[in-house]
Design a binder for this molecule. Structure first.
Ligand code: SF4
Length: 340
């Protein structure tokens, strides 16, 4: 099955997409639009916003009109807001029919999406499932509930759906997605919800999503990281690149540093990383902590940088390209990068 979100299709043989959820105030519309542009450059395909009440109607209308990527409205409880989100220009709405209330309210949302050619994510979290009367495994309950909601959608001839079955528990999330894929080929949105701190959420999300993606399960991914939304996008793109599911972009090598280090490679990387990751160049760039081992370890990189004292050394394909003063290191790095 294919789902269409604005001009982007997911599912089937389409490329896996990356998304995140906006977590900042939306009152400054220019600022929101600039951030959407910046996140798109990092590799984000969709952005989700919580649409919580009608006071934000005009703001979201303008954001939808000006956005360079399809936008998704996240709706809890109020089916009227879901209907309204389509009118505002959102291309997709995320609902959990279980907390929308009555079945007829969900059917109204499906019908409106059908009439306007919009997409719906049926988003189930393990914390908001119907009562488990038969004591079935939680992953089975999630799958069966999602299949039931899809039947509701299909009963009104709506099938532009995406499904997510998320839990804070990695095993349940994995099992639910894998079991669902055995019974349905609706596109799945993958992610481990509320997965913890930056490191734990990245590790746990990677553990679950990489196994599923390698089994060709999952059409769009979101890392839920207790950090910046940029980090969610960077992690998502990095995962796809690591799995060979996305080709474009810079591959970064950075040494962990040890007692030999003479160049602050961590600081150098931090100062250029976000801009570097916005590049489409298919190149490898290395940030190494010393001149003793750094150039050798990075000899296959298209561009490498290290240094000692006030001197910074820039290498291309393992050969010394330029020796520059430390204070000009960032500027000279970018010049060398542009030449690649
Ligand atoms: Fe240590 Fe130098 Fe290797 Fe970095 S490049 S880990 S500083 S030896």
């Amino acid at each position: 099955m294919i789902a269409k979100i604005g001009k982007i299709e997911i599912g089937g043989k389409n490329p896996v997409t990356v998304q995140t959820m906006y977590d900042r105030p939306v009152s400054d519309i220019d600022d929101v639009i600039n951030q959407i542009v910046s996140l798109k450059a990092l590799g984000c395909d969709f952005m989700r916003f919580a649409y919580v009440n009608e006071s934000e109607r005009e703001t979201f209308k303008q954001i939808c009109q000006r956005s360079c990527m399809p936008l998704v409205a996240d709706i809890h409880f109020d089916y009227k807001l879901a209907m309204d989100a389509f009118d505002l220009g959102f291309d997709k709405v995320r609902i959990n029919p279980g907390n929308i209330g009555s079945k007829w309210k969900s059917l109204e949302v499906f019908k409106k999406a059908r009439d306007l050619g919009k997409c719906i994510r049926i988003g189930l979290n393990s914390g908001s499932l119907p009562k488990n009367l038969e004591n079935e495994a939680q992953s089975d309950l999630m799958v069966n509930t999602a299949l039931q909601y899809l039947e509701w959608a299909e009963s009104v001839n709506f099938n532009n759906s995406v499904v997510s079955l998320k839990s804070t528990d990695c095993d349940i999330t994995y099992d639910a997605a894998a079991k669902f894929a055995l019974q349905s080929d609706y596109p799945q949105h993958l992610g481990v919800t509320e997965a913890g701190s930056v490191i734990s959420s990245t590790v746990r999300g990677t553990w679950v999503m990489s196994r599923l993606l390698m089994d060709h399960i999952g059409s769009t991914i979101r890392y839920s990281i207790n950090g910046s939304i940029e980090s969610e996008v960077i992690a998502g793109v990095e995962l796809l690149r690591t799995l060979g599911l996305r080709k474009k972009g810079v591959r970064i090598i950075a040494c962990p540093r040890c007692g030999r280090y003479s160049f602050d490679s961590h600081k150098m990387l931090e100062s250029v990383e976000n801009e570097l990751l916005k590049s489409d160049k298919n190149v490898c760039v290395a940030f190494m902590g010393c001149q003793v081992n750094g150039p050798g370890e990075a000899k296959n990189a298209d561009l490498a940088i290290t240094g000692i004292g006030n001197k910074t050394f820039i290498y291309k394909k393992g050969e010394l390209y330029k020796e520059v003063d430390k204070k000009n290191a960032v500027q000279e790095f970018w010049k060398a990068f542009e030449e690649l």
